[in-house]
Design a protein around this ligand. Structure first.
Ligand SMILES: Nc1nc2c(ncn2[C@@H]2O[C@H](COP(=O)(O)OP(=O)(O)O)[C@@H](O)[C@H]2O)c(=O)[nH]1
Ligand SMILES: [Mg+2]
Length: 211
């Protein structure tokens, strides 16, 4: 019931959401955990590029296109196109690995500021793997402090137990819905009109790759 597959899905808004953070923090697992309602198999994942999830938040029907890396974060080579046009960015660290938390400030937050095309883009800091409480190396208070300093939302979650996973995407979506400029970008009506107005496309004679 309520499957999000198929083309018959209508929606009020469509948003692009990114997952970023060090390799191994659980970005792909969070995505899988959110998309499918059970996580049997938490093997290390290779990237999936993106997945689409339909959900209703705040009375609005949303289509979330959630982008995951294909492992390029290992080489710190996420490109500007990955960031382009995102309305929401989820910055993930592993609460059991301190360096993944430090790298958010040293690396990822800087990239976000450099590349994100929308100034109003909503950011959310997520401390993952809270099921491994005995191995915790980053306190909840430290997470809150960084989120305040950086001006973003904050949650701790577990892709394994699914604790707070849905909440994380829903709170982000709710916040995006409060920002008029982001709403406009994500509006289904606007998108349809742009498509209608698009002039006929003529391929360049030489078969050039750029459009
Ligand atoms: N215990 C636990 N392990 C997790 C959790 N999330 C991910 N993992 C494991 O951490 C490893 C890396 O996860 P992955 O999703 O591939 O991380 P990514 O590189 O950020 O995409 C995998 O072995 C997962 O099974 C979690 O919430 N709890
Ligand atoms: Mg991954």
């Amino acid at each position: 019931m309520g499957s999000s597959a198929g083309s018959g899905n209508s929606y009020d808004y469509s948003f692009k959401i990114l997952l970023i953070g060090d390799s191994g923090v659980g970005k792909s697992s969070l995505l899988v955990s959110f998309i499918s309602s059970h996580v049997d198999d938490l093997a290390p994942t290779i990237g999936v590029d993106f997945k689409i999830k339909h959900l209703t938040v705040g009375g609005k029907k949303l289509k979330l296109t959630i982008w995951d890396t294909a492992g390029q974060e290992r080489f710190r080579t996420l490109t500007s196109s990955y960031y382009r046009g995102a309305q929401g960015i989820i910055l993930v660290y592993d609460v059991t690995r301190r360096e993944t938390f430090a790298n958010l400030a040293d690396v990822w937050a800087k990239e976000v500021d450099l590349y994100s095309t929308n100034q109003d883009c909503i950011k959310m800091l997520v401390g993952n793997k809270v099921d491994k409480e005995t191995e915790r190396m980053v306190t909840r208070e430290e997470g809150i402090a960084f989120a305040q300093e950086y001006g973003c939302l904050f949650l701790e979650c577990s892709a394994k137990t699914r604790a707070n996973v849905e909440k994380c995407f829903e709170e982000l979506a709710l916040k995006i819905l409060e920002v008029p400029s982001l709403l406009e970008e994500g509006s289904a009506t606007v998108k349809r009109n742009i498509l209608k107005q698009k002039p006929e496309y003529h391929a360049s004679p030489g078969g050039g790759c750029c459009s």
